[in-house]
Design a protein around this ligand. Structure first.
Ligand code: GDP
Ligand code: MG
Length: 373
């Protein structure tokens, strides 16, 4: 099972059992050499001696049913086309927020409630019956944070470049982030309504970064837009859908959901609230889920337009309540068999995290000690 005796732990750590017994005594528990320690206690005790404990009896991946190559595991006939997930990047003041707002205002899927949308970190729009999901957290930090956690959430990057300003430092950063992530870019040359707009100059500058428009013999899609006057926004959406078709984005909606946390916060009345983006499977009310270090049961799911839904399929962003704590943006989430499994995974992760924190603390105090010497 999931425990180890004091004697066995001492042997594996290469210390005398008496040392462990003494430490446990110091912590207030009188035990013998045959006393069983659960994983958590063993990990904490070992950390005191700068050892790490790995819980081999606990196989998180089995519980989460994580398969290394899920696409290969799914039957081809189970895979369905899913909407593209899009992130808008670009230099400050080039119009990222304006573009996100303009697209949302013009195209919200569920326009009831007077088209009033709330910021949940992501939203979806519809063009000719086809959906596009936008991550509503423009900026490189969000993108980098998600990627650092291995969350390859974004399918397409919209690179916004102001036609009156051209390529700027954060434009270059966005390009290198997208390239590093292997995510294709569509260039939105914004602010074409401005008298001093020079879209040709922008195109010229971007050729240096191998972003060459089709009319110049390249394969990058450029769309000239004005977020302010809502010019060519439908063309931009069409181009996104075109690019998505090329990417052949598919997922299997008929299994337990998994995906990423887009953002999360603590609401005084409703508790932890997390915007999740389902990347595979379908998330349902009542599902037991693990998100980062936390777990719970899906109590409610709300869309960006405030509708309550009972299910959320691939590429669909929803605000979820029912978690026991607030996960981090970029954390993964998994729906699991039952609440017990969710709890086990969560506790396992928390004790691992505690070990990391403990070893960090002990390192810090050692450093401080040496500083004083
Ligand atoms: P962000 O920093 O990239 O999010 O840029 P914002 O969306 O905040 O826009 C910066 C400024 O540019 C604001 O004053 C916007 O009103 C303005 N702006 C954005 N898009 C356009 C556009 O298409 N035309 C014009 N004339 N101004 C725009
Ligand atoms: Mg902004």
């Amino acid at each position: 099972s999931d425990s180890i005796t004091v004697g066995e732990l001492a042997k594996r750590m290469g210390v005398k059992a008496n040392e462990l017994i003494a430490e446990l005594m110091r912590q207030g528990s009188m035990v013998t050499i045959n006393h069983p320690l659960d994983y958590e206690s063993a990990a904490i005790l070992a950390a005191e001696f700068n050892h790490e404990v790995e819980n081999v009896a606990f196989d998180e991946e089995t519980i989460l049913e994580v398969e290394p190559s899920k696409e290969a595991e799914d039957n081809v006939e189970d895979l369905e086309v899913r909407p593209p997930v899009v992130t808008i990047m670009g230099h400050v003041d080039h119009g990222k927020t304006s573009l996100l707002d303009a697209i949302r205002e013009a195209n919200v899927t569920e326009g009831e409630a007077g088209g009033i949308t709330q910021h949940i970190g992501a939203y979806d729009v519809e063009l000719d019956g086809k959906k596009v999901t936008f991550l509503d957290t423009p900026g490189h930090e969000a993108f980098t944070a998600m990627r650092a956690r291995g969350a390859g959430v974004t399918d397409i990057v919209i690179l916004v470049v102001a036609a009156d300003d051209g390529v700027m430092p954060q434009t270059k950063e966005a390009i290198s982030h997208s390239k590093a992530a292997g995510v294709p870019m569509i260039v939105a040359v914004n602010k074409i309504d401005k008298p001093d707009a020079n879209p040709e100059k922008v195109k010229q500058e971007l050729t240096e970064f191998e972003l060459v428009p089709e009319e110049w013999g390249g394969d990058t899609i450029f769309v000239e837009v004005s977020a302010k006057q809502q010019t060519n926004l439908d063309t931009l959406l069409e181009m996104i859908l075109l690019q998505a078709e090329v990417l052949e984005l598919k997922a299997n909606p008929n299994k337990r959901a998994k995906g990423s946390i887009v953002e999360a916060r603590l609401d005084k009345g409703r508790g932890p609230i997390a915007t999740v983006l389902v990347q595979d499977g379908t998330l349902k009310i009542g599902d037991a889920i693990v998100a980062g270090l936390h777990y719970g049961r899906v109590r409610s799911m709300t869309t960006a337009t405030g509708s309550q839904v009972k299910e959320a399929g691939p590429s669909f962003p929803v605000e979820v309540t029912g978690l026991g704590g607030v996960p981090n943006a970029g954390d993964t989430f998994h729906a699991v068999e039952n609440e017990k499994a969710a709890k086990d995974v969560s506790h396992h992760r928390q004790s691992k995290q505690r070990e990391i924190d403990l070893s960090r603390n002990s390192k810090v105090s050692l450093d401080q000690l040496f500083e004083k010497m």
